[in-house]
Design a protein around this ligand. Sequence first.
Ligand SMILES: NC(=O)c1ccc[n+]([C@@H]2O[C@H](COP(=O)([O-])OP(=O)(O)OC[C@H]3O[C@@H](n4cnc5c(N)ncnc54)[C@H](O)[C@@H]3O)[C@@H](O)[C@H]2O)c1
Length: 256
Amino acid sequence: MDLKDKIIVVTGAASGIGKAMAIRFAAEGAKAVVCADLNLEGAQATADECGGVAMACNVGIEAEIADMIEKVETEVGPIDLFCSNAGILVAGGVEAPDEDWQRIWDINVMSHVWAARHLVPRMTERGGGYLLNTASAAGLLNQVGAAPYGVTKHAAVGLAEWLSLSYGDQGIKVSVLCPQAVRSEMTRGHEDGVASIDGMLEPEPVAEACVETIRNETFLVLPHANVLGYMQFKADNYDKWLAGMRKLNRTYGDKL
Ligand SMILES: NC(=O)c1ccc[n+]([C@@H]2O[C@H](COP(=O)([O-])OP(=O)(O)OC[C@H]3O[C@@H](n4cnc5c(N)ncnc54)[C@H](O)[C@@H]3O)[C@@H](O)[C@H]2O)c1
């Protein structure tokens, strides 16, 4: 998809990857970039920087996503590209409280379900549209020290695959963003953690990788080149891959 003259929504646009996406998409000549975030002040700052529109939205609540989509479609125009990017990190293992599991499930997974539920019927009716869902390399390769994060990101990848295989014939394009460490509020203080093992990217090259993938209409956005090799190694020998992950867990298990 060519982003020129397109109407684009980015959630989590107040900070980090979402902010970089909004600014990069605007530079591609988008007609409108809607910067949605829980943090309206931050969303407004991004919108000011890229000539976009700010909207408050808690993506962990279905009604707020539905209302935001309705508002954008009524006041701005039909959404061409919706980026479900907002996400949170919850560390720990199975002992993490159920409330934390539920909160990260709603924000990292259900927000993608809800966006698709309220947008796909509109998009298919007008012949198509594009969904870019931010998962993580943790959705392909798991996350040492953070079960709620690794599990929800796997679910996000699974949902993106399902959306692509179910609606691709009706003109819905889907891509899923799976970076390792990116400098942002989420990774502040974790610069020497396991996710940074191959280096920490700035958000801008990640946004650039998104533009390129959307232009090519391919599924995986892998800003860190090593991730594909790790996936191939995992598929080739699951047990050997798990042994390697245990080694990482011994070194990094208490250090994300
Ligand atoms: N930073 C990384 O290393 C990294 C790596 C892989 C994937 N990701 C994913 O990238 C996405 C963006 O993360 P980031 O690194 O830019 O982090 P960030 O914390 O800088 O930005 C996240 C943004 O999402 C917003 N947000 C959080 N909860 C929200 C909610 N309920 N409703 C609406 N907005 C909400 C925050 O206000 C913030 O502006 C996340 O899904 C994250 O899991 C990040």
